[in-house]
Design a protein around this ligand. Structure first.
Ligand SMILES: [Fe+2]
Ligand SMILES: [Fe+2]
Length: 252
């Protein structure tokens, strides 16, 4: 939360909980400072859910995995899965409960599966996205991230529920602060792959980013996201080919 031009700018780090019939899963674990609030929230429903088995981590940055050890401690039957690069150094006591996962891997929750998907928007080399097959929800971590003003009345809503919400400048503003590198890659390569993966291959119905409002109508809203990605904020040189290789698919 930050004061900007007499308004309050919100940039959240969302943590999502999904339950199948056998197991539950959490998507990213959020900032350590937020854990008391998270624990307060999940204790309201956790006793009615199947056991938490998986912590799916999009990438090993503090905003996305800072609470991993706290979740592992509170849920002894759980493991952390996804981009766990370097987390054995951060949480050495839990090294045997960290599992690196490549795109294509699948985890059964009962009545739904979680597929590991390539992260089209990669803040780190081995960033991962996750797809819930039953609800067709795509958990994108830093992908599709944008801020909003508290005065917009946007907190707790899908982006489509906010009248006249202007996505391109919101996405551009957040990218400038958090993903400055995105000024220097061939964004059209990213955009083309977004369409292929999110709409054509997965037929995504709900996009759940860590830092933006969930997107409930991807077909209608993604064009505005693309417009925001096309804003070259630095005026710098746009390099091509930065996303052309597939080295992110495996290794660590
Ligand atoms: Fe990130
Ligand atoms: Fe992030």
């Amino acid at each position: 939360m930050q004061g900007v031009r007499e308004k309050t700018l919100h940039g959240c780090s969302s943590v999502y909980w999904v339950s199948g019939t056998e197991y539950s899963a959490v998507f990213d674990t959020g900032f350590p400072g937020d854990y008391p609030t998270l624990a307060e929230q999940y204790k309201e429903f956790v006793t009615n859910c199947p056991p938490l088995k998986y912590l799916f981590l999009t990438h090993s940055e503090m905003a996305h995995c800072g609470n991993t050890a706290l979740f592992l401690e509170d849920f002894p039957g759980s493991i952390a899965v996804g981009d766990v690069t370097d987390l054995h150094l951060v949480f050495p006591e839990y090294v045997d409960r960290l599992e690196f996962a490549d795109p294509g891997a699948c985890y059964d929750l009962g009545a739904t599966e979680i597929q590991v998907v390539e992260s089209v928007f990669r803040d780190m080399a081995h960033s991962r996205w996750f797809f819930d097959t039953a609800s067709k929800t795509l958990f994108t971590g830093d992908g599709y991230s944008f801020s909003h003003y508290h005065e917009d009345g946007a907190c707790g809503h899908l982006v489509e529920e906010i009248e006249d919400f202007d996505i391109p400048p919101s996405l551009s503003r957040f990218s400038d602060a958090a993903f400055y590198w995105s000024n220097f890659v061939d964004v059209e390569t990213v955009i083309a792959r977004l369409d292929e993966v999110v709409l054509d291959e997965l037929d995504t119905r709900l996009i759940a980013p860590a830092h933006g409002l969930p997107i409930g109508d991807p077909v209608a809203t993604v064009p505005h996201i693309k417009e925001g990605l096309r804003v070259n904020r630095s005026g710098g040189v746009v390099r091509t080919g930065a996303y052309a290789d597939d080295s992110y698919r495996s290794g660590r």
